[in-house]
Write a protein that binds this ligand. Structure first.
Ligand SMILES: Cc1cc2nc3c(=O)[nH]c(=O)nc-3n(C[C@H](O)[C@H](O)[C@H](O)COP(=O)(O)O)c2cc1C
Length: 327
């Protein structure tokens, strides 16, 4: 067999293998004395429908090698997109991976993790040597599945899964590829306009303008904000009416004038302002949930992740400005 150390660059080989996007699984089993074991693995694959067979491979260097070789049963957990931390925990050697985790018990007393996209309980069918790994083939004796979106691994990083065809039809076929339908500014602006159209009645009920709401919500991020910080951080959000909006909030007793630790004039929410901001944010969050439910959990996470990346690249100072340590 070809020796990869001389045939080609192992780093490049790893990178090329990483081009194959996979899900992420955790494989669990238990030792004869009942100790639970497990590790993160993306080598999982389906093998056969009838009989129902799956496989995965384990590095010969794994601390769990002997235990898996001896185990009559093991379980594969296909992780959901919100289980990245669990994947990290089971990929670290030497810690008590099950500490503080509630588990179910499966065939042969195998620990079963919760909250996964799918779980396959298997009986060991075959074991094959595969270079520096051992390939385990298991017969599925039970499985269950949830509708949550899966965690993805690609190019050595965790990723999101989003369906390409979800809602893929352009809203107006005549405009497909046209400037507005395809222009990021239009898509962002129109989305904001429509989204805020749903929040505005809540603001109107409290007799608040958009700008007053932006200021109230910004003040929930940081306890004391100086006038300069407010204008810098919200320069594209509040215009010259911003000062009037702050004054109106002060007059209504929702915001108070204070001094920051450097003696600079600053603003802070009053108790009434805090309660008002929190009730509006809660209501706005509920509208957000209804809108994002149309996309589904996985695609909503992709949308937010991409928008965050875009914002970090075009507005890199925003995070540090609202950081609490500035007060
Ligand atoms: C996304 C991901 C996929 C992995 N896939 C595998 C795999 O398929 N087989 C394997 O042996 N190790 C794999 N690992 C590495 C193991 O999880 C890691 O080496 C772990 O420490 C092994 O634990 P153990 O030595 O306690 O068995 C993967 C790690 C990550 C983060």
């Amino acid at each position: 067999m070809t020796d990869t150390t001389t045939a080609f660059d192992p780093t490049e080989f790893r990178k090329a293998l990483g081009a194959f996007a996979t899900g992420v699984t955790i494989i669990t089993t238990r030792t004869a004395d009942g100790t639970p074991l497990g590790l993160t693995a993306n080598s999982f694959n389906s093998v056969s429908l009838n009989p129902p067979l799956v496989l995965w491979s384990l590095a010969n260097t794994s601390g769990n090698l002997e235990a898996f070789k001896a185990a009559p049963n093991w379980a594969v957990h296909v992780l959901a997109s919100d289980q990245e931390a669990l994947s990290g925990r089971f990929a670290r050697r030497g810690e008590d991976k099950f500490a503080g985790i509630d588990v179910d018990t499966g065939a042969g007393g195998i620990p079963l993790l919760r909250g996964c996209t799918a779980r396959f309980q298997c009986k060991t069918a075959f074991q094959y040597e595969g270079g520096d790994h051992i390939i385990f083939v298991g017969e599925v004796v039970a499985f269950d599945r949830a509708d949550s979106s899966p965690l993805v691994f690609h190019g050595g990083k965790y990723a999101h899964a989003a369906h390409r065809d979800a809602g893929a039809k352009p809203r107006n076929p005549y405009l497909a590829g046209g400037f507005s339908e395809d222009f990021l500014g239009y898509l962002l602006g129109r989305s904001h306009f429509q989204f805020f159209g749903q929040i505005r009645p809540l603001l109107a009920a409290q007799n608040l303008t958009d700008e007053e709401f932006y200021i109230l919500s910004a003040l929930t991020l940081k306890e004391v904000v100086t006038a300069d910080q407010m204008h810098e951080g919200m320069s594209n959000v509040i215009d010259e009416n911003g000062s009037t909006a702050i004054e109106a909030l002060v007059l209504r007793g929702l915001v108070r004038n204070v001094f920051d630790i450097n003696g600079k004039s600053a603003y802070q929410l009053t108790a009434d302002g805090s309660a008002c901001a929190l009730s509006l944010i809660t209501a706005a969050k509920s509208i957000e949930s209804q809108l994002l439910a149309k996309l589904g959990d996985g695609e909503a996470a992709v949308l937010k992740s991409l928008l965050n990346r875009l914002l970090n690249s075009i507005d890199p100072n925003a995070n540090s400005l609202w950081h609490q340590s500035g007060i």
